[in-house]
Design a protein. Structure first.
Length: 567
């Protein structure tokens, strides 16, 4: 990838070579399709296990990871399936429909049209997101690597790379006395394609924003702004589903423009024009998000509660644990490329340098959602790691083996690639196996009881969308999606005054709380129904049947629902 350039003239791009191999060649189609199918099959196994092995008294929710957030997405899917704007149903406060997200709008509308439930539509998203992103990843690898072995290795690294989280698991069961140290270094899904396809397909769908950079480079090679227009429309489309990633798009464009200006000692007019086109076309979702979280008091409060999750970007040293061997190889490749000597770099090298380094700024921006900005970093990491393997590691191994000639044998190249792939897989293997163990408990939050499901169905039929249901957090997170009602307590960010409502629910179900306090809470938030199931009984011994202001409207062996009857 390194090439000498004449002083005083822009660096020659690798376009002549890359254009010939820049697309996904038909001969590679079967390989890419095979990997996509393999990823989808393996990531679907936990879902199949949960559905097929559920006991008669348990019902799988269809959610494999991060139940609170996914229940929130399902609520948006339900609301946007019926209206173009959604209200926040995860808090009891009255609020107007003001939220829009193109992804959940489309999935909600498709579910209504097809008559599908949340889980089937969600799996449709997994298939579409995995296919789109992995096709994009291979297309980009083909732009940077004209030969098939390198583009395939880069593609496999992007697809399967994970960190040294498996070491944390070993420590947990050996030296750490059963305590998992730094769990977010293991479970963070951003920048982990395999984990994303398994449990966070909306992250994978959003990561298709990297195709913007592919279009930019192709447009630059052909000096055609049509590519910039296509990139801008794509960024606009993706921004309406995950506006955070527009920050990544703009940061990488700015980094490339800056480095090219430094290298060429003049401003590259095409990059300026294309950046303005991309930014001008795509900025609207970002402006809408700013307006929504500043002008609407409910969504402003939601944004302020993002810190409740307590999840931020890992510290720099923790990035090594989170991102693993490929990240170390990427750092090595960057240093070996001598990025400080820009005059010796091709356009592709300059872009890749800016792409990789910009994330070190992005993921530490002083915003509560900074961890989401890791999304897509696996792409430049995979490209740089592949560069290190073929430019440095394989030649070094070949010399150690004293192979004849200047080119390493096919067996050596294959062995080095296989060792690297074996090194990047263990954490994802653990994450897959861990899902089976977690699901084998057949308990909340991944399952609800069949009596819960019956109660949800009753509320879905009899309650109105503006009705408020008071319950535990365990049950409340499901109510907006499965019943269409407003939950008193449902989500760490979407429920306003989250910790205050957690305490209020605890006191409501506590046996020693005065009835006057309970009635005041019900009246203050216009609560219409009180839910009483197994999670609520865990909170306290209060028996709603003894309360004269509550009337039983639904009953099953495990669950009772009461209507609030205040004067």
């Amino acid at each position: 990838m390194r090439a000498k350039i004449s002083r005083g003239a822009p660096a020659a791009t690798a376009a002549a070579t890359a254009q010939a191999a820049g697309g996904v060649a038909a001969s590679d189609g079967r390989f890419v399709l095979g990997i996509i199918l393999a990823v989808l099959v393996f990531t679907s196994l936990p879902y199949a296990y949960a559905y097929l092995s559920s006991p008669p008294d348990r019902q799988f929710t269809g959610i494999l990871l991060d139940v609170p957030d996914h229940a929130q997405y399902f609520s948006w899917m339900r609301e946007l399936g019926q209206s173009n704007l959604a209200a926040n149903q995860l808090t009891p406060e009255v609020n107007r429909p003001a939220f829009f997200n193109l992804l959940w709008w489309f999935l909600g509308r498709f579910g209504v049209w097809a008559g599908w439930g949340f889980a089937p539509v969600y799996h449709l998203l997994r298939v579409a997101a995995a296919s789109a992103f992995l096709w994009t990843a291979y297309r980009i690898c083909s732009w940077f690597f004209p030969d098939r072995p390198r583009r395939r290795l880069g593609f496999l690294i992007v697809t399967f790379t994970s960190g040294f989280g498996w070491v944390l698991v070993v420590l947990k069961y050996t030296l750490a006395n059963g305590v998992l140290l730094r769990p977010m270094d293991l479970f963070t899904a951003e920048a982990n394609t395999f984990l994303g396809v398994m449990g966070y397909p909306h992250f994978v769908a959003a990561a298709v924003y990297v195709l913007v950079f592919d279009l930019l480079l192709r447009g630059e090679a052909k000096s055609s702004l049509r590519y910039a227009v296509a990139a801008g429309v794509l960024a606009l489309f993706l921004g309406w589903q995950h506006a955070y990633d527009l920050a990544s798009v703009y940061a990488v464009l700015l980094a490339y423009l800056t480095l090219r200006t430094i290298r060429d000692r003049r401003v590259p007019r095409y990059l300026v024009a294309s950046s303005l086109v991309i930014g001008g076309l795509s900025v609207w979702p970002a402006l809408y998000s700013v307006w929504l979280t500043q002008a609407d008091p409910v969504w402003k409060a939601v944004l302020l509660q993002f810190a409740n999750a307590g999840v931020f970007s890992p510290a720099p040293l923790d990035l090594v644990v989170l991102l693993g061997p490929a990240f170390l190889l990427a750092l090595f490749a960057l240093i070996r490329s001598k990025p400080w000597n820009l005059r010796q770099q091709t356009n592709n090298n300059v872009f890749l340098t800016g792409w990789f380094l910009s994330y070190f700024v992005l993921i530490y921006l002083p915003v509560d959602f900074q961890v989401h900005l890791l999304n897509g970093w696996q792409m430049p990491i995979g490209l740089l790691a592949t560069t290190a393997v073929y430019r440095d590691i394989i030649p070094w191994v070949s010399r150690k083996l004293k192979e004849p000639g200047e080119t390493a044998s096919r067996q050596t190249r294959a062995a080095v690639a296989a060792i690297l792939l074996a090194a990047i897989l263990p954490t994802n293997i653990y994450l897959l196996a861990w899902r089976f163990y977690d699901l084998s408990r057949y308990d909340y939050p991944f399952y609800v009881s069949t009596d819960d499901a019956r109660a949800f169905a009753w509320l879905d039929t009899h309650a109105r969308s503006e009705d408020v249901v008071l319950s535990s957090l365990t049950i409340g997170q499901f109510l907006p999606a499965w019943t269409g009602t407003k939950a008193f307590l449902a989500h760490w960010a979407e429920t306003l005054d989250f910790f205050g409502k957690v305490d209020a629910v605890r006191r409501f179900y506590a046996d020693d709380s005065p009835d006057a306090e309970r009635q005041a809470l019900l009246e203050r938030f216009s609560v219409d129904y009180v839910y009483h199931g197994q999670p609520e009984r865990v909170l306290g011994d209060f028996d709603p049947a003894r309360a004269h202001y509550l009337a039983l409207v639904f009953e099953s062996p495990e669950v009772r629902v009461y209507s609030v009857r205040l004067p």
